[in-house]
Design a protein around this ligand. Structure first.
Ligand SMILES: Cc1cc2nc3c(=O)[nH]c(=O)nc-3n(C[C@H](O)[C@H](O)[C@H](O)COP(=O)(O)OP(=O)(O)OC[C@H]3O[C@@H](n4cnc5c(N)ncnc54)[C@H](O)[C@@H]3O)c2cc1C
Length: 316
């Protein structure tokens, strides 16, 4: 990951014109492990696919579960490509709209829209962007994050009441309009947007399923069990941690029911922490509170981020 990504040790918080509000050191990691490594999704996918291959995992693409019957001797699964097999355990890392979550819990835990969305694009890295840098607007927030020596991405969080659907062809004009108040580096990126710029628009949705996350021999994890706003940049890390803790739990010489109970009980405090802190950050930024509190901001932000880092630095 270090070879593919961009390591950094601090975060900058700036106002919409680039003025420094706070420089906050990252307290995560230690030794040879940098606190943060940012990398693109394709790079992460390459790394994970390589690791899965080396571990002997069999990966089948474009295929889903057609039928699933959890019986006393295992889970009988029929796939959409016609194959069928029996499994000791079925694990659903199937995302925010998890079909497995619905299968286990009905419609009890559906994602809810926060009222806010994020606009994203990747572009050439500006030399001044050497760590994640957030720019607070009056009622929106922009951010720039290096993804490698040559690439960075822009994020822009805006209120989108009612979760409207927009025509992707209008994304460039809409993003330019929404970023009107920004100067400094965000303005450089905004002014380079053209009709051909690829922009990803994502409504911010959340879900938090209370523990346990299984029924019988079927368990959900990752975003399927706990999807938060991306404010602590922890979603993918949380999914990876779930996988490690689940493997440790089922590896112990205890009955499966106990292992799955212990898995969710161990993960739930962290899932709730990330969920609540991420949402609190979103609301603080978007209600304008952060823009209005310049004197308290630097100390309060350092204290808040130190608390978050200390919590996340504990074993998963
Ligand atoms: C705007 C935004 C920014 C983010 N930024 C960050 C960040 O900076 N850092 C970070 O760590 N996280 C970030 N996240 C969160 C991160 O993307 C997720 O938390 C992470 O991808 C969750 O991984 P997952 O494996 O649980 O689910 P996903 O990555 O959603 O994977 C689910 C998989 O299940 C598959 N699937 C779904 N249904 C079926 C089905 N019926 N059959 C077969 N397969 C199925 C999907 O195709 C998909 O491949 C961000 C999220 C958003 C929306």
């Amino acid at each position: 990951m270090a070879a593919e990504g961009f390591a950094f040790h601090r975060r900058f918080f700036r106002n919409s014109q680039g003025g420094l509000r706070a420089e906050v050191p990252s307290l995560l990691g230690g030794g040879d492990v940098p606190p943060n490594i940012a990398l693109s999704r394709p790079a992460l996918h390459r790394i994970l696919n390589g690791a899965a291959d080396r571990a002997g995992a069999k990966i089948v693409m474009g295929c889903s579960i057609a039928e699933l019957n959890d019986g006393p001797h295992g889970v009988d699964v029929t796939f959409t490509d016609g194959r069928a097999d029996r499994y000791d355990l079925v694990v659903g890392f199937d995302g925010l709209r998890s079909p497995l979550r619905r299968r286990l819990f009905g419609d009890a835990y559906e994602p809810t829209f926060t009222g806010y969305s994020v606009w994203r694009l990747t572009c050439p890295r500006l030399p001044t962007i050497d760590c994640i840098t957030l720019y607070q607007g009056e009622h929106s927030k922009a951010g720039l994050c290096p993804l490698g020596d040559d690439e960075m991405y822009l994020l822009h969080v805006t209120a989108e009441p009612g979760n409207p659907r927009y025509d992707p062809a209008s994304f460039p004009d809409m993003l330019i309009e929404r970023m009107r108040e920004y100067g400094a580096e965000p303005a450089v990126v905004r002014d380079a947007i053209t009709a051909d710029t690829t922009i990803v628009y994502s409504p911010l949705e959340e879900v938090l399923v209370p523990a346990p996350w299984h029924r019988g021999r079927v368990v959900i994890a990752g975003d399927a069990a706990h999807a938060s706003t991306p404010h602590l940049t922890q979603g993918a890390a949380m999914a990876l941690e779930d996988a490690v803790v689940l493997a440790e739990s089922v590896d112990r010489a205890v009955p499966l029911e106990q292992a799955l109970q212990e898995f969710a009980a161990r993960r739930m405090p962290r899932a709730r922490f990330v969920h609540e802190r991420s949402r609190a950050s979103l609301l603080n930024e978007m209600t304008g509170e952060r823009a209005r509190e310049p004197e308290r901001f630097a100390d309060a932000t350092r204290r808040r981020m130190a608390e978050v880092d200390r919590f996340l630095d504990q074993p998963a």
